[in-house]
Ligand binder design. Structure first.
Ligand code: NAD
Length: 312
């Protein structure tokens, strides 16, 4: 297993759990994240470096000081904030990531994991979306992720960089950021647990390919731990299940019978999710490194309900 892992975005939603998973395996974790993002990290060996991905000298110092043998690069502006400031998104998500990869290559550090997204594919594709489907995203978030994928693959082919990449679909998480467009399922469950009504930002039939947070964080550790020779692809799609807003309401009502909500057709969130694929072909991940989701729709709802009940 790894001795020391650098997790950029280590105070984020995925980063905290990835750090816990690695620490449970005996790896020392160094989190790199923005000042103000600090959160609880339980392992006494955990180190936190606060800074901006654009501060390349701090990143170089961090690599030199902590000498990680794996880098898990999760720091990113997400889709909403990227669209609000495309130039900054390019700087943080694309340029800074590419510079970090070059620093890692110079120091012979690898594996280097990059968190990409199903949003790299662009809208209106038929399901299941094959791994080699051309990536033509319409939003800047997806475009920055494609840029890093391309440079990662280039450095891998030309200079032997150990670049590993997963494209995640919608990730359901108990502690989803309030502003995330795809956070409405967790927020609906939290509302139901409080006895509140809820306005779904989507129409009843709207849904897309989804994974539960714990499967996502486990997949990151698994692909980093896989034998390099077993990875026949530069990047992998993952998928667990698709559910509609109506499926969600029925699942909530079976646990909170008094729950009621309204739906919203044609909102930006509805448009986004409606146009994203229902299924991504993840057969290469299954074949190469044994990927298999542990959480189906029911298990995911159960986990979210348990979390929401514990918060009451
Ligand atoms: N959650 C999803 O649905 C999803 C889906 C596909 C891909 N991803 C990718 O997974 C990764 C982690 O996502 P998440 O859900 O944990 O998001 P998150 O917002 O919780 O975590 C991202 C972290 O990056 C940090 N960050 C942002 N800008 C930074 C900067 N300039 N310098 C340093 N740190 C910075 C933030 O402070 C945050 O802690 C991201 O790369 C994201 O694009 C997430």
């Amino acid at each position: 297993m790894f001795k020391t892992a650098l997790v950029t975005g280590g105070n984020g939603n995925l980063g905290r759990l990835v750090a816990q998973n690695l620490e449970a395996m005996g790896t020392r974790v160094v989190s790199f994240d923005l000042p103000g993002s600090e959160g609880p990290h339980c392992d006494p060996r955990h180190a936190v470096v606060l800074g901006d991905m654009r501060d390349q000298s701090l990143l170089e110092d961090t690599l030199a000081t902590h000498k990680p043998d794996v880098v898990i690069h999760l720091a990113s502006m997400l889709s909403g904030s990227s669209e609000a400031n495309p130039e900054l998104a390019w700087d943080v998500n694309a340029s800074s990531s590419i510079r970090l990869m070059r620093h890692c290559l110079d120091r012979n550090i690898g594996p280097f994991f990059f968190a990409s997204t199903a949003a790299t594919y662009g809208p209106d594709l038929a399901s299941p979306v094959a791994l080699n489907t051309p990536q033509w995203p319409e939003n800047i978030y997806g475009a920055t992720k494609v840029a890093v994928e391309r440079m990662g693959v280039y450095l891998k082919l030309k200079q032997g960089f150990d670049f590993r990449c997963l494209r995640f679909p919608m990730v359901l998480s108990p502690s989803a950021p309030a502003g995330a467009m795809t956070a409405y399922p967790s927020h609906a469950i939290a509302a139901a647990a409080r006895g509140d009504t809820f306005v779904m930002p989507v129409a009843p039939d709207t849904g897309m390919s989804t994974l539960y947070l714990n499967d996502v964080t486990r997949s990151i550790v698994e692909i980093c731990s896989a034998e390099r020779a077993a990875l026949t692809q530069h990047a992998y799609n993952l998928h667990s299940f698709m559910f509609t807003a109506q499926d969600l309401v029925e699942a909530i009502q079976s646990r909170f019978p008094g729950f009621s909500c309204t739906f919203t057709s044609g909102s930006p969130t509805d448009d986004l999710i409606l146009r994203w694929p229902d299924v991504f072909d993840d057969s290469a991940a299954r074949a190469d490194w044994g990927w298999a989701p542990h959480y189906d729709f029911d298990a995911t709802i159960e986990a979210l309900v348990q979390f929401a009940n514990a918060q009451r």
